[in-house]
Design a protein around this ligand. Structure first.
Ligand code: SF4
Length: 156
């Protein structure tokens, strides 16, 4: 049935709103993208602690993209003159004792180009973090320009 019995620090941290399947406000198929993104990342990287990735289909933010370690807000994106589904990308959100609003790091990436960008972000986190550091603390430790440069170095 495609259900997994193992815990996963990638898929276990993914949250998606209803998306285009059932919501008239949605700009993307967030649930389908969540599954595809989880499968894509799990084939390429392993995390020793969860990184929460929140995909939300419109600014109503039912999946609370502003408080994910990585937050994705759907938006139409032009690729070769055609409109495709894509996302704005935020980093560093959190809740509870770590409450914070994510900062936007990428503007309007198509879903296809966003997947390798997120892989690069996670690789950069593993390569540059301090011992035990969460993705949120790692991303908050740098200003946006610096962390963009770190991510670009690891871009796939
Ligand atoms: S965030 Fe927007 S698209 Fe997603 S379920 Fe809520 S209202 Fe619908």
């Amino acid at each position: 049935m495609g259900l997994d019995w193992r815990s996963s620090n990638i898929r276990g941290g993914i949250v998606a709103c209803t998306g285009k399947a059932f919501c008239k406000y949605a700009q993307a198929h967030t649930k389908r993208h969540a599954l595809e993104l989880g499968q894509y990342l799990e084939k390429r990287i392993q995390l020793d602690q969860p990184v929460n990735i929140h995909l939300t289909g419109c600014p109503h933010s039912c999946a609370q993209h502003y408080i994910g370690d990585i937050g994705l807000l759907a938006t139409p994106v032009k690729v070769n003159g055609e409109s495709v589904e894509g996302y704005h990308v935020f980093i560093g959100g959190g809740f509870g004792d770590n409450r914070a609003i994510g900062r936007q790091i990428y503007h309007g990436l198509s879903f296809e180009s966003m997947m390798p960008a997120i892989l690069g972000m996670l690789r950069a986190y593993l390569d540059h973090r301090e011992a035990g550091e969460t993705f949120q603390i790692f991303s908050m430790r740098h200003d946006l320009k610096t962390i963009q440069e770190i991510f670009e170095e690891e871009k796939v």
